[in-house]
Design a protein around this ligand. Sequence first.
Ligand SMILES: Cc1cc2nc3c(=O)[nH]c(=O)nc-3n(C[C@H](O)[C@H](O)[C@H](O)COP(=O)(O)OP(=O)(O)OC[C@H]3O[C@@H](n4cnc5c(N)ncnc54)[C@H](O)[C@@H]3O)c2cc1C
Length: 446
Amino acid sequence: MGLISEVTPISYNDDLPERADVVVIGGGVIGVSSALCLAEAGLTVALFEKGRVAGEQSGRNWGWIRQLGRDDAEMPIMMEANRLWQGMAGRIGADVGFRAEGIIYLAESEAAYAAHEDLLDTANRHQLMVERLSRADVDGLIQGRPGFWAGGLRCPGDGRAEPWIAVPMMARALKDRGASLHENCAVRALDISAGRVSGVVTERGLVKADAVLIAGGAWTSLFLQHHGILFPQLSVRATVARTARAPNVYGGGAAYSALAFRRREDGGYTVAFTDHFDFFLGRSAFRSAFYFAKSAWASRRSIALRPAAPAGYPDAWFTQRRWGEDDISPFERMRVLHPTPTPGATERIRKRMSERLPALADTPIAESWAGMIDILPDTVPTMDSVPGFDRLWLASGFSGHGFGIGPAAGRIMADLIQGRTVEHDLTRFRFDRFTDGSSIQLGPLI
Ligand SMILES: Cc1cc2nc3c(=O)[nH]c(=O)nc-3n(C[C@H](O)[C@H](O)[C@H](O)COP(=O)(O)OP(=O)(O)OC[C@H]3O[C@@H](n4cnc5c(N)ncnc54)[C@H](O)[C@@H]3O)c2cc1C
């Protein structure tokens, strides 16, 4: 199993139910995890995916399951997610490829090493076990260019999984628990009666529901705009490559200011830049510019501005912002957001990889791809109800780190929807934090 796209056969095409307790929009890790918890609690769930389960970010990411480097408010949730990943195989009866091989934040200079101090402080506050690595420690763990890295931080409990295996396996378990799953079936709009959300209008018809969860990844803002709701979310393109089978230079994941790499189950490495993302200008970019000023400044060296997104992208200049319930919506026009990699990136990734990891110098790149990472102005997600829309819930904007935290985010959303107490403090993730006058508190960028 590999990259999932619009040519991947449809796995789920259930009959449209008349109603469900909960409708989930989006078949990424967030939608699937939330739906799984709801189904396990005995609720009837219908999950709608405009393209394929894990076709977008959730099947294209690096596969890092990382506690290290998290925002303070995310850390306890991520620690719970790590435990959930550890138990996932037992829970769903299938190996999702989770391996706790440790993730290392490498530093190529003493200054970069010192800059990791904040991450260590956050880890210590939450009693997360993290090891400080000296130059010699790094050389002992990673078969790289000797002496190149001045040191690093390693969280031994951090892990990895193959996203394009894990999320489809979780969807399979969801189906086994009685949920209805609908691939190639976009939700065009919310069904609203008497001021309350009462279901969704899909491209195949109306489905009534007691609650609706939007987990639409990079499309969430466009979906909400259609209902006049502002959600300042943008996307950046990130290019990734995988090598052929390679010598084992490190069994987990590691990154520094130029490159990230992690061992794969197939014996290769997933490799990517850590300092290059493409940002396409569009109408939402201008509308949200004010909110993103801080994060744009902080990431200015790694963002390449492009004048326009390809046709059909969520914030392309000519993407429709309004449509009727009987019209084909932008979600159906782009079943799977499947960006072409940044031109020249694959060769540059290969060059960096061979310079820093000489043992991989002769290892060919077998495939490259890209994904649109959805981001919020403070780089932490929103997990909340949508103010003014009774029974409407939202979990989106995971800002480049939603795969790892996905199972716990899903557990939280399922509890919120059922009116259960959530033991984590969710203040940081409230929907109205961008409009309630509070200042933007930027979380860690990666
Ligand atoms: C290159 C890359 C590397 C990354 N690396 C990591 C990593 O190592 N670790 C980590 O934790 N995170 C990583 N991330 C981030 C992580 O992948 C995302 O945060 C996470 O997958 C988001 O999950 P999601 O379910 O919110 O969105 P998605 O996976 O994008 O899923 C949303 C789904 O909703 C569907 N949808 C949207 N609108 C509709 C509609 N109207 N009707 C029906 N369906 C709809 C879409 O088709 C899509 O499949 C990375 C992301 C990328 C792109």
